[in-house]
Design a binder for this molecule. Structure first.
Ligand SMILES: [Zn+2]
Length: 458
């Protein structure tokens, strides 16, 4: 076969293709609705930056009663997802684009990486959201996923737009602003296999129609070449015949439903008892504590219990004179979880915090929260350096949200209401996510990963 002959200067026989234009849309990665904390996934929720949800009261009790953006630092929060740590930020069609973040463990052989895990060996399935910037049609538009990292895999690497735009949804973003979108559930699988991500990696998303191709989305995948270890000493505090015991699935809770999101390998290394009934027979200080505990505040209970454990505990720290909450550079690397049958008013748990705003290495769970996985992770989060998401003032994190409106582990399960006559905050209802508050945000992953009690050389 020779080359086909080309006749210059003759146009009559050319059939011009019908001109089709790539429609304008953006692509977002989203977390499936059955999420239970098994991997890290974070994105900028619409409710955080637009007045969608009605907030009953401000965090100090002041009445609001109107749709309000749930984050008090909207501009800063937008920047966090638009550019912070984002590789090659984009603005398709001049629009702001907020990248979602995924964190998964690398699935490796020991030779490839000693601290890999089988936890995400099958990858994770994510939803794909198409945000329509104009009316979409079922033309031949393709959506392509591209990554340059050999260990990062997205399957399939290509989707047809027409398979994703089944039923259009319209979301009210407050006022007259709306957003049209389509949600396709569990359409892509992402895994990290054979090696680690040594830097935050991007998965680029392109829309393609004929010769037209433009970048319309991105997923950021958190670097996973350093997997710190968190060691927890679980202390069942025995104060009576029917004393507390940890949930049987607490190991799973730490390892697979919470700290894994920050790519931290958290393990209950010691599961021990601290039998105050037995000790009280010989030790007057223990006897005095048991006699007085019902009149003590949660702060006093916590402090006294830690002090007693530092004297009599079998697994007290072997460094820093046995101080659990030592604040020096060589702070203890173990975190002590005291599991008690004490009642402390309506306090479910509490974590040590020193005068310099350093969260310590111990926390206590009271009787009313013994079966409460939210409180167990919530207090552990404090112990690893996280303030409440609604915290203001000198203890505040980088962003402050309204109290009781997010599914974050560091939120409360109830919404802030008004103050009672003695100035205590009352609730205005349950957090609507109560019972499924499994999230840490990506900026919390970073904070958790820098806590001084983590072990990196192991
Ligand atoms: Zn708290």
């Amino acid at each position: 076969m020779g080359s086909p002959s080309i006749q210059f200067g003759s146009y009559t026989s050319i059939t011009r293709p019908q001109v089709v234009t790539l429609k304008k849309f953006m692509v977002h990665f989203r977390r499936p609705s059955d999420y239970q904390g098994k991997y890290g996934f974070d994105w900028l929720r619409d409710e955080y930056i637009y007045p969608i949800e009605t907030v009953t009261n401000d965090n100090n009790g002041t009445a609001i009663g109107a749709p309000t953006a749930l984050c008090k630092n909207v501009a800063a929060l937008k920047t966090e997802y638009k550019t912070t740590d984002v590789v090659n930020p984009i603005s398709p069609y001049g629009m702001d684009y907020y990248s979602a973040w995924l964190s998964i463990f690398p699935h490796t052989t020991t030779a490839q990486f000693a601290h890999g895990s089988r936890m995400h060996r099958n990858g994770v399935d994510l939803d794909v959201e198409i945000e329509a910037l104009e009316s979409l049609v079922d033309d031949a538009t393709e959506i392509l996923f591209e990554t340059n990292n050999q260990f990062l895999k997205i399957t399939p690497s290509k989707l047809n737009l027409k398979d994703l735009i089944g039923s259009k949804k319209t979301k009210n973003l407050g006022g007259t602003t709306t957003r049209d979108y389509y949600l396709a559930e569990k359409k892509v699988n992402i895994k990290c296999k054979g090696g680690t991500l040594n830097a935050h990696e991007e998965i680029k998303v392109f829309a393609k129609l004929g010769s037209q191709k433009t970048e319309v989305g991105k997923l950021m995948v958190y670097k996973n070449n350093v997997i710190p270890k968190a060691e927890i000493v679980a202390v069942n505090v025995i104060t009576g015949p029917s004393s507390a015991s940890l949930r049987s699935d607490y190991q799973y809770l730490f390892k697979n439903q919470s700290f894994n999101q920050a790519l931290i390998r958290a393990e209950v290394r010691v599961d021990t008892e601290f039998n105050l009934v037995e000790l009280s027979k010989k030790k007057p200080a223990v006897r005095a504590f048991l006699n007085n505990v019902s009149a003590m505040s949660s702060q006093q209970i916590k402090q006294t219990l830690v002090n007693l454990y530092e004297i009599y505990g079998r697994h007290k720290p072997t460094t820093n004179s046995g101080q659990i909450n030592y604040t020096g550079n060589t702070g203890t690397t173990r975190t002590y979880l005291f599991y008690t049958e004490f009642l402390a008013g309506n306090v479910l748990g509490s974590c040590s915090l020193d005068a310099n705003n350093n969260w310590g290495n111990s926390y206590i769970i009271y009787k009313s929260a013994l079966k409460d996985d939210h409180t167990i992770v919530h207090e552990a989060g404090h112990s690893f350096g996280l303030p409440h998401v609604f915290q203001g003032g000198s203890f505040a994190g980088p962003y402050t949200f309204y109290h009781g409106y997010t599914e974050n582990y560091l939120d409360y399960t109830w919404q802030a209401g008004s103050l009672d006559r003695v100035g205590r905050l009352l609730g205005s209802g349950d957090n609507k996510f109560k019972g499924k508050m499994y999230s840490f945000y990506k900026w919390q992953w970073k904070m958790l990963r820098t806590d001084r009690s983590l072990i990196t050389n192991y």
